[in-house]
Each structure stands twice: as C-alpha cells, then as structure tokens.
Design a protein around this ligand. Structure first.
Ligand SMILES: Nc1nc2c(ncn2[C@@H]2O[C@H](COP(=O)(O)OP(=O)(O)OP(=O)(O)O)[C@@H](O)[C@H]2O)c(=O)[nH]1
Ligand SMILES: [Mg+2]
Length: 394
C-alpha cells in the first residue's frame, strides 16, 4: 500500500533518532556522540484523525493501524538517516550517499539543536554556540546532494534528450523520477526560474537552482528546533527571528512520556495525563516537569507536527471507502475498514482506482454515505468523507 514518506535529516547528534523513536515507538541507537546512526532506520509513525465510527454507532475494525477512543491512527513512513555535516557533498563525515534512502520522501523534517550544544560536526560542546548557524549549511547540503544526482551523466543524457521530440518535462521525469517528482511538478518548477530551453545548455548551477526549487515547492523542508528543554530563552528568540515558522520541541521529553506510557505510569500522552499510583516520587516529579514544559505555549507536540505536515503542507485528506452506505462496512461486515490518505483534489474515480484497478475501470458512480446521495466521478473527495463506490465489477 502507498504510504506518505517523511525523511528526518540534520546534523549529527541533534536528536533525529530520539524523534524517530518517539514517533515510531521503535527502539533505536541514541547517544551523545556524532554518527550514532550508521544505517537508515525506517519505521511507521501515526497520523491521527477523528474516526467517523461514532456517527454510525458501531466500533470500527481497521485493517491497518488502529482506533483508540474514536481517534484513528493512520500509518505514515518515517525514515531516520545518519547525520549530515557541512561539506558532506565532498565526502565529509559520512558523506551524503545515505540520503538516497529518502529520495522519494514527500517532505523532509530538518532537526537542529536549539540548545546550541553541538559543533557543526555534532561533537558535544560545553559552551553553547549560535543554534541557527548550521541551518542553512545543512539545507545547502540537501540541495547539493539532489543537484549532484540530477547532473550526474548529464552530457550524455542531455544530448539524447535534445535530439528527441519529447517535451522537456517528460524527459526530465525519466532522469529524476526516482525522487518521486512527477511531470506536472517539473513543469511547475520550470516556470519558477529561467532555465535554458536546451538541456545540453544546462550547467551545474541550473541543476542546483532546480534542486533548491524542488525543496521550496515540491518536497518542503520543515524545520524543527529540538532540545528546547535545554535551550536558553535568548536562543529561542534568536531562532524565531531567523524563521518564525520553526517548530519547537523536546524529543527527549516526548520519548520519556512514551516510555512512561509503555510502563503504564501515565494513561495518555495528552497533557491531561494522570500519573499512576505505581510511579515513585522521582518519576512523579519528572513527569510533572515534562507536563509543565510541554504545556508551554511555544512548544508543539510531535504528533501535531506530523499532522501539520501531512494535512496542511502536503494537503492530504483522510477518506473512508466502504461497500455499504447503510452500515459503513465492507462485504465481510468490517466497519470503516480502510482510512485512505489521498492528496487533496483526488476524485471519486481516482479513489475507486486506489481501492482496486478493476473497481476504477468498472466505475459507475459513488455514494456519499452521510447524505446517501450519488456523486459523480469528478467529485473531489473531502476530508473525512465516507464513500461507497458503485462499480460494474462484483
Ligand atoms: N536535552 C535534550 N537532549 C536530547 C533531546 N533529544 C535528544 N537528545 C540527546 O541528544 C543526543 C543525540 O541524540 P540522537 O537521537 O542519537 O541524535 P541523532 O541526531 O540521531 O545523532 P546521529 O545519529 O549521531 O546523527 C542523545 O544524548 C539524546 O539523549 C532533547 O529533546 N533534549
Ligand atoms: Mg541518529
């Protein structure tokens, strides 16, 4: 099944794996030295959505993910890679080969250390330094990595391409389709700057410009300031001044809460958690400190960041295909078995293809299960829609 993929990148030792572990609940190596992660970690994080089960008065039976107290957990793939350092494109640190593992990620979370306690190569520091200093350098490494992949073997490719009668965006798609970039998206990028009409006239600088536009318009980079629990207020201000859209978090506190939840010391990850009688005084104090910190107005919880990326930045909606508009179940009686993540703009007909290619080909109409009215093939599926597809195929 197709899942949304999100890559986690950043300097070494900034807390990428801590965040990965908290998002996916997977145990991975976390340590206070650079290059703890040597190979990418792939796991599943969970996007939450309000399940429509209450409207039908039955409990749902998800095929994938789960549903807890009316909150549906929908899988999203998260990929944690080793740390990047300035000069990685020239082979410094662990180089940038490992970034090929996040080639088809739709968005990138750039984690940096808000406490400023790590050197550009990730070495822990006693004295702190300006936390915004490395942000652009790391993002330039991402651009250099993609530009290098685009411009690799360019001459041969460009000569062949210029001799063919195909549209430029279609030809470019054959070269950079591995980044998950579609022809339409390439067209958009080509309108954003002046690129030579002949591919053989492209220089390395054009590939670099193209790559930087990919990160601006197609694969957005979301900046996340981690270790805020250890960051002085003046650093938080400095970061906000640099970019007010940055999210502030504490991966360590999030992970501690996850562990407390796993040990049944708290009943929920929400800030209204109740601490169990099992917790000793030290655990109680730690949990209260975390509650106070994560309740600060400038802090965002990690699940909110994930939701923001998938829903607001990538503009996905969640829709529920069912076989029966009365029960909202499938043919076997499973209630709301699937929660599809689909880009906003997906039509009922496209949704039918997502269910099964036969269902798409035999499409007759769809039914909005709330109103029980028929909807046509071009109807754009809205968030939380429950849809029955009527198709010629049985
Ligand atoms: N104070 C504080 N420390 C944190 C936080 N998140 C992670 N750390 C610590 O930072 C260190 C590095 O964490 P990792 O998750 O291994 O960092 P990484 O970015 O994956 O590092 P590499 O794999 O080496 O690139 C560990 O000692 C973590 O415990 C946080 O939110 N606050
Ligand atoms: Mg790591």
């Amino acid at each position: 099944m197709s899942t949304v993929k999100i890559g986690l990148i950043g300097k070494p030792n900034v807390g990428k794996s801590t965040l990965f572990s908290a998002l996916t609940k997977a145990p991975v190596d976390i340590a206070n030295y650079p290059f703890t992660t040597l190979k990418p970690n792939v796991g599943i994080g969970w996007l939450t959505a309000k399940c429509p089960e209450a409207e039908i008065g039955s409990r749902c039976t998800p095929r994938e993910g789960s549903c807890v107290n009316g909150t549906r957990f929908i899988p999203v793939e998260i990929i944690d890679v080793p740390g990047l350092i300035p000069g990685a494109s020239e082979g410094k640190g662990m180089g940038n080969e490992f970034l090929d593992n996040i080639r088809d990620s739709e968005a990138i979370i750039h984690v940096f250390d808000a406490s400023g306690r790590t050197a550009p190569d990730g070495t822990p520091l006693q004295e702190s330094r300006d936390p915004v200093e490395d942000i652009s350098a790391i993002e330039n490494e991402m651009i250099a990595w993609m530009a290098d992949r685009i411009y690799r073997d360019w001459d041969k490719f460009a000569r062949k391409a210029d001799a063919s009668s195909e549209r430029m965006e279609r030809i470019l798609e054959t070269k950079i389709g591995t980044f998950g970039i579609k022809e339409k998206q390439i067209s958009l990028i080509l309108t954003k700057d002046a690129f030579p009409a002949k591919l053989s006239h492209w220089e390395n600088s054009h590939a670099t410009r193209f790559a930087s536009l990919v990160f601006r318009y197609i694969k957005p980079i979301i900046r996340v300031a981690n270790k805020c629990d250890a960051a002085p207020p003046e650093y938080i201000e400095k970061i906000l001044k640099f970019d007010e859209s940055i999210y502030f978090i504490s991966g360590e506190y999030e992970l501690t809460l996850e562990k407390a939840m796993g040990a049944s010391l708290i009943n929920t990850l929400d800030m209204g958690f109740v601490v169990s009688q099992k917790a000793n005084q030290a655990q109680r104090n730690a949990l209260e400190k975390i509650r106070a910190f994560l309740s600060s107005s400038y802090i965002t919880r990690m699940d909110q960041i994930l939701s923001h990326i998938v829903r607001d930045v990538l503009r996905y909606v969640v829709a529920y295909p069912v076989a029966d508009e009365g029960t909202w179940g499938d043919k076997k009686g499973n209630i709301l078995p699937d929660a599809f993540l689909m880009p906003y703009g997906t039509t009922a007909h496209e949704m039918a293809f997502r269910v099964h290619s036969d269902i798409g080909e035999g499409f007759i109409k769809a039914i909005d299960c709330r109103t029980k009215r028929a909807i046509g093939k071009d109807h754009v599926i809205e968030d939380s829609e429950v849809v029955r597809i009527v198709s010629k195929t049985k």
